[in-house]
Design a protein around this ligand. Structure first.
Ligand SMILES: Nc1ncnc2c1ncn2[C@@H]1O[C@H](COP(=O)(O)OP(=O)(O)OP(=O)(O)O)[C@@H](O)[C@H]1O
Ligand SMILES: [Mg+2]
Length: 498
């Protein structure tokens, strides 16, 4: 309990405080005040409504801190610097509850100004604004977190890469939602060691960030530990950029390089094959000729005749291989004309449909009725389709479905042909070699392994591309793309209905 003297001293102290103080009831009536008399012409405001007497309003102010105190039972502060014309001073209204026997029955409101901090605060605000703009305009993502992992800086670029909005990230996101647990630990371990760019620093570190929808995004990260003035760790900051585009371009480049190596390999093998084929052609011609002469000129026993027929048959097989080799080396003449791909496929199917290999094979044609023409040698293209269809039939062991699709590509400058089978598919190791000459998985004497390399050469020579894809046990698909020509077939439109 305070003595009378103490109370008087406190009242004097309040007057000397020279601040405007008002005590109001829960219905906004002034119960007591100090330093406000000058505002209202020396009259005492006691018993009047504060909003009427001080603000000349018919009802309480919307942002009245006393009202907040009333609702929450807690102290409340209102910054008046944005309301007042006097921008140089930071003026605040502070309100707090007065309780009697634990029951809130009045509120004290007083105002105060912080003139001493004004200049400093504005300077601080300006430099904060500058720093904020600097981070926001950075092309790289910037994320900083405190020691609990709570994100404290998150710029627009970070939002673009991760998919999290800046507001959401600053509001509730933890750094562990951006880096996988183990990754975040590894980053901190490396940051604290000397291993990657010095203690407290991490340079060009490749890791995966997690996007909002859970996707893993490869990034290159530069990070450092933030130390406080006492040298204690206060958090970490990371600058990073998205590597997806770069990785995509790199993969494309690697693929092109591989294709280039493949083409060069094919070219040198082509030259070699052409030489060998020419060397073999003449002796093979001799073997065939003299075998036929023996059969015609001599009256031979049946056994001997049978052997000579076998020689003829094998010589023929050798000649077929030589023909393939020459085809592979593209030593045969090309005769290019505008061609309807659907018609070329139909002609090939007509040739093979009666072969026993195809008796239990269904051919599903999904050919676009309207297909632009391509510039091609019809015989060579027929050879391509024949090889692919026979390969498919052989892979399916004579029973299954071959689906042939033709259509214009989305870019409208190429025609696409897809030949898919329901065979056993091609393993990844085999897939890497199928277009190489002499690569075969067939028994000796059953395949030369030249079929697909000839196909590859022909398509390349036509300015097209051929690729193979496969799902093991589900089948294989060969995709050919050939450039469209704007020349027209003799007596036909440049694109036609098949
Ligand atoms: N549709 C397919 N399904 C599964 N494997 C295939 C298919 N097409 C090709 N292959 C694989 O590719 C290899 C090479 O095919 P390619 O046509 O070049 O030679 P081949 O068929 O073995 O012999 P050749 O065509 O000279 O008679 C085949 O041995 C086979 O392993
Ligand atoms: Mg083949």
């Amino acid at each position: 309990m305070r003595t009378e003297k103490e109370r008087n001293l406190l009242l004097k102290a309040l007057d000397a405080f020279k601040r405007k103080i008002v005590v109001i009831s829960s219905d906004f009536r002034v119960l007591a005040s100090a330093g406000l008399e000058s505002l209202i012409g020396g009259e005492s405001p006691s018993g009047k409504y504060c909003y009427e007497v001080f603000y000349n309003r018919p009802e309480p102010c919307d942002n009245c801190p006393a009202r907040k105190v009333m609702d929450s039972g807690k102290a409340s502060l209102r910054d008046l610097s944005s309301d007042t014309l006097n921008k140089e001073k930071k003026s605040c209204l502070y309100a707090y509850p007065i309780t009697d026997d634990d029951e809130q029955n009045a509120m004290t409101v007083f105002n105060f100004e912080l003139p001493a901090l004004d200049g400093l605060e504005e300077e601080l605000r300006q430099s904060n604004r500058f720093l904020h703009n600097l981070l926001q305009s950075a092309c790289d993502g910037v994320i900083a977190a405190d020691m609990t992992g709570q994100i404290i800086i998150f710029n627009d670029a970070a939002a673009e890469v991760t998919g999290h909005s800046v507001e959401a990230a600053l509001d509730h996101l933890n750094i562990r939602a951006i880096y996988e647990d183990e990754m975040a630990r590894e980053v901190m371990r490396n940051l604290r060691s000397d291993a990657c760019g010095g203690k407290g620093k991490l340079k060009r570190y490749h890791i995966k960030a997690i996007g909002k929808s859970g996707e893993k995004i490869p990034i290159s990260l530069y990070a450092s530990i933030i130390y406080d003035e006492r040298g204690q760790e206060a958090g970490s900051i990371g600058f990073f950029h998205d590597l997806r585009e770069r990785i995509h371009i790199q993969r494309k480049l690697e693929k092109t390089q591989l294709q280039l190596v493949q083409s060069e390999k094919m070219a040198s093998l082509g030259k070699l094959s052409a030489g060998v084929a020419h060397q073999l052609n003449n002796p093979l011609g001799g073997i065939t000729l003299y075998t036929k002469l023996m059969l015609e000129d001599y009256d031979l026993e049946d056994n001997a005749k049978e052997d000579l027929h076998r020689i003829l048959k094998d010589a023929q097989r050798c000649r077929d291989t030589v023909k393939e080799l020459l085809e592979f080396a593209r030593q045969t003449r090309q005769f290019m004309t505008p061609l309807n791909i659907n018609k070329a496929i139909d002609r090939t199917l007509f040739l093979i449909e009666n072969q026993t290999l195809f008796h239990n094979i269904a051919v599903d044609k999904k050919m676009a009725p309207f297909i632009p023409l391509v510039m091609a040698d019809s015989q060579q293209l027929g050879h391509v389709f024949m090889n692919l269809i026979i390969n498919a039939a052989q892979a399916m062991d004579g029973s299954g479905t071959i689906t042939i699709t033709t259509r214009e590509t989305a870019t409208k400058d190429r025609v696409l042909v897809e030949i898919a089978d329901t065979g056993p598919g091609i393993s990844a190791e085999t897939l890497a070699h199928i277009f190489e000459p002499f690569f075969t998985t067939k028994e000796e004497g059953e395949g030369t392994g030249l079929g697909l390399s000839v196909v590859y050469g022909i398509i390349e020579n036509h300015g097209g591309t051929i690729t193979a894809k496969s799902i093991p046990d589900r089948g294989s698909t060969f995709c050919i793309e050939l450039p469209i020509t704007h020349e027209t077939e003799k007596g036909a439109q440049h694109a036609e209905y098949a």
